[in-house]
Write a new protein. Structure first.
Lengths: 212, 182
């Protein structure tokens, strides 16, 4: 091999900022989430009581839960977009977040009259919710995966899992603009299920979608 | 040979300078990495052409993906993770190529199965030309592996009679299917 390649590469040595990788991945998610929103509005529509609902705690907890989920998933994705990155520390944060949401759900079931339990857990859309979240995760996963291919994940299944978590939680955040459910248990069970299904699919697809 | 810590102490500042835009440091770094990678792949592959391709591919990856280096982490760990990924990727691709001939073999086995099935149908056709009793006896004893005593018992005849029936049946078939020209 000649030295030409080395000279050519060295001549392209533009400075690289330390924040470049987190910024690129954040940008990819943002683009994916915007597309998901543009798909969601004509497909499912905004919830009709969007304005009135802003006075409830569950309204804000939905966005907080999914945004925190997305933040941890972005952290995991950044780590796994680097060679040799591991999922271990973000997983601890993720378990803590899910446990907290579950505890809130149980607390609400304890406080409210038992006659309301079914409604709080199942709402009216329990089985549709995970399905819609996975559907809305598709554009976010695509945008994230396209970016990841330009980075250097070495554990493709784990990187796909992280990207799927990120896509699922961003999609769940978008879906909250449609979803009119008001149960804390509903959120803890069905939103989490949708996000985890997206993550599982992401892990399976990662092996070829993230190859470089 | 240099220890890993020596490599780290020498190469990491060069990488940091390169990431800051220092072309001379980058050029020197790439030259060192090339030497290192040539040795790395030569030791793991006995195919010099493939090793050479991998060195080039890995240098390109290091260049285009240098933003994935976390400056708080050891540089040599990053380098080896990329080199190792490219090596595994190479094995995966060449393994894929090696499985293709195996699939061709599988097709031959499938054809053999079809041949056996056809032969089996031929036997059925041939046996159908005999009267029921000798045909059943021949099927049980010669094809399905029953003993003559079992087959005779099932047919309700003596062992000797069964032997004779089988013998005559086979003789009749042989006469018919050797062209009958005697």
């Amino acid at each position: 091999m000649s030295d030409d390649l080395l000279y050519r590469l060295a001549a392209e040595a533009a400075p690289v900022s330390r924040n470049r990788l987190p910024l690129l991945l954040g940008l990819a998610v943002a683009v994916g989430a915007v597309i998901a929103m543009l798909v969601m509005i004509p497909w499912l529509g905004l919830r009709p009581d969007l304005m009135e609902a802003t006075g409830t705690v569950i309204f804000w907890w939905k966005y907080t839960y999914t945004a925190l989920f997305a933040a941890i998933a972005l952290w995991a994705t950044i780590r796994l977009a680097r060679p040799g990155g591991s999922m271990r520390r973000p997983m601890v944060g993720l378990f803590a977040l899910i446990a907290f949401a579950g505890a809130l759900g149980i607390a609400q079931l304890v406080v409210m009259p038992p006659a309301m339990s079914y409604e709080l857990v199942m709402g009216g859309t329990a089985l549709l919710c995970p399905f819609y979240i996975v559907g809305l995760a598709v554009p976010v996963y695509a945008a994230t995966a396209l970016m990841m291919r330009r980075l250097a994940p070495t554990n493709l299944a784990a990187a796909g899992f992280a990207a799927g978590l990120l896509a699922g939680s961003a999609a769940a955040w978008v879906y909250a603009f449609h979803c009119g459910e008001n149960g804390m248990p509903f959120l803890a069970i069905w939103y989490t299920t949708g996000i985890l299904i997206a993550a599982g699919i992401g892990a399976i697809l990662g092996r070829w979608a993230l190859r470089w | 040979m240099n220890s890993t810590t020596d490599n780290e102490a020498r190469l990491k500042p060069m990488m940091l300078a390169a990431l800051a835009g220092d072309q001379r440091a980058y050029r020197a770094l790439l030259a060192e990495l090339r030497t290192h990678l040539v040795r790395y792949y030569a030791r793991r592959l006995n195919n010099p052409a493939a090793a050479d391709d991998l060195v080039q591919e890995t240098l390109m990856a290091i260049h285009t993906r240098r933003l994935t280096y976390d400056v708080t982490q050891p540089f040599t760990a990053w380098l080896h993770a990329i080199a190792r990924y490219k090596l595994i990727d190479h094995f995966r691709r060449s393994k894929l190529r090696q499985t293709l001939p195996l699939e061709d073999d599988a097709a031959i086995f499938t054809a053999d199965d079809a041949g056996a099935a056809t032969a089996r149908m031929d036997v059925d056709t041939v046996l159908a030309t005999l009267p029921d009793r000798p045909a059943t006896l021949i099927r049980q004893v010669k094809l399905e592996g029953s003993s003559i005593a079992e087959a005779a018992g099932r047919a309700g005849m003596s062992e000797t009679a069964a032997k004779v029936a089988i013998h005559r049946g086979l003789k009749a078939l042989a006469a018919r299917f050797t062209g009958g020209a005697r």
